[in-house]
Design a binder for this molecule. Structure first.
Ligand SMILES: Nc1ncnc2c1ncn2[C@@H]1O[C@H](COP(=O)(O)OP(=O)(O)O)[C@@H](O)[C@H]1O
Ligand SMILES: [Mg+2]
Length: 420
């Protein structure tokens, strides 16, 4: 029997619309809440793909691994590889009866706890004969939240993080990570998807529990954070916990409010796994389409240069995001994240090609290619920006040594840096 499920999409305490999914056809549907549309509020929250009309819209072009048949901006709410592993393992250990979990059921599991500001609530209009598990998932979420609500740790340290990690989380990305809220006054920490309030600092933490490596990936990412900040790249304040874990403040939680964010991939429907769609030009074009202030376009150029100089090849379209300003109904570039050395410094081949091409190239990129981009997007002082980024190179040896990264790894990473 066809499973034709429904879930409600909310944002900023407003019902935005309803999302349906036809599992037999792997096609999704979206219908705006008419009173939301006529209110004229947040008119720009989905600037692409979803049209502002009252009729039901069908999405049949996104039936792939990245978007799972959902509208791309909704698929952005699904946890990536790591979140899925935790979710599935947890479900299997607690609810053996559940079969394959559908995309809508995963959204129901995300509920109000997702990254960004989009929230998914069970729709009251679901009829009894639909073979849905959304109610069941919602019951499970309540159970998770109860368990999580009991989890409190006195302070932010290694043991506390591991305890909270055992409960599972829903952050995206590929490396083990958890969301944590730290009380600004008492220092007490609780799982990060329970509350959003001004009295907490909200962190996303990459856990340094990788086995069998001769160095800490988190320490490398922290050294990159220091270098990127020195090179004028805007990043959220970040710290190391017990020299092991990489903790960065969340840009989707500010002053007790949720901030609506979308990745470049979710915003545009460009599949971050598709090389043909993955170019810096697409990213710049998107920024122009979104009417980003020119300083953001320039910041994007600086990030591109940094990724080239410091061999961050994992600069794909899900590693760039935009943040929505609901007061002005406009978009800006998010702080940078996942800026690190992306190759394996323990292996002696380093010439894998980067995720985003520029000027049609993924390898053998030269100064002229960078300047072509600068010209196309009217970046003034491109050479000055390149110099400012390259001036940071000496910081690598200094910071990496302070962070006790082994000499061999420091040298191995250093040899992949490029100058133009
Ligand atoms: N500081 C942050 N604030 C809010 N969201 C973030 C932040 N850093 C990362 N994210 C989100 O979390 C996801 C995973 O983080 P990322 O650093 O890319 O981890 P991974 O190395 O596993 O890919 C990102 O795709 C992004 O959407
Ligand atoms: Mg990432």
């Amino acid at each position: 029997m066809a499973k034709n499920n429904l879930i409600n999409l909310h944002c900023f305490n407003t019902e935005i619309g309803k999302l349906g999914f036809d599992e037999d056809r792997n096609v999704s549907f979206f219908q705006y809440n008419p009173s939301f549309l006529s209110s004229g509020l947040y008119a720009n929250m989905f600037p692409l793909i979803i049209r502002r009309m009252t009729q039901t819209q069908v999405f049949d072009k996104y039936n792939n691994e990245t978007f799972k048949g959902l509208p791309p901006m909704i698929a952005d709410s699904l946890p990536d590889v790591f979140g899925n592993i935790v979710f599935k393992a947890w479900l299997e250990s607690t609810h053996k009866g559940l079969k394959k979990i559908t995309a809508l059921e995963q959204l129901a599991y995300v509920g109000k706890r997702g990254m960004g500001a989009l929230e998914y609530l069970p729709s009251k209009e679901v009829t009894g004969d639909a073979t849905i598990n959304i109610d069941e998932i919602t019951a499970i979420v309540e159970e998770v939240l109860r368990t999580k609500g009991e989890a409190k740790e006195a302070q932010l340290n290694h043991a506390a993080l591991l305890n909270i990690f055992k409960i599972g989380t829903s952050a995206g990305g590929v490396r083990p990570k958890i969301l944590i809220s730290e009380n600004k006054l008492t220092g007490q920490i609780i799982p990060g998807d329970l509350v959003y309030a001004g009295e907490y600092d909200h962190y996303i933490i990459k856990l340094g529990i990788t086995e069998g490596l001769s160095y800490s990936k988190e320490a490398v990412e922290y050294a990159y954070y220091l270098m990127a900040s020195a090179a004028g790249i805007n990043m959220m304040p970040t710290k190391m916990i017990d020299n092991k874990h990489f903790a960065t403040l969340r840009f989707d939680r500010q002053n007790g409010e949720k901030i609506h964010t979308l990745t470049a991939s979710g915003m545009s429907g460009l599949d971050f796994k598709d090389p043909a769609a993955s170019s810096y030009e697409n990213l710049f074009d998107l920024s122009i389409y979104l009417k980003l202030p020119h300083k953001d376009t320039e910041q994007l150029f600086r990030r591109m240069v940094f990724n080239l100089v410091f061999a961050n090849h994992d600069d794909h379209l899900k590693n760039h995001s935009f943040v929505y300003d609901k007061e002005h109904d406009g978009w800006g570039l998010s702080p940078a994240y996942d800026v690190t050395f992306s190759l394996n410094p323990e292996i002696n081949f380093s010439k894998t090609s980067r995720a985003l091409s520029l000027n049609g190239k993924r390898v053998g990129i030269a100064l002229q290619d960078i300047l072509t981009i600068a010209d196309k997007y009217t970046i003034k002082n491109a050479k000055g920006i390149i110099k400012e980024v390259q001036d940071v190179i000496p910081l690598w040896n200094e910071k990496a040594a302070e962070l006790a990264i082994p000499d061999k790894i420091i040298a191995s990473i250093r040899k992949d840096f490029m100058t133009f």
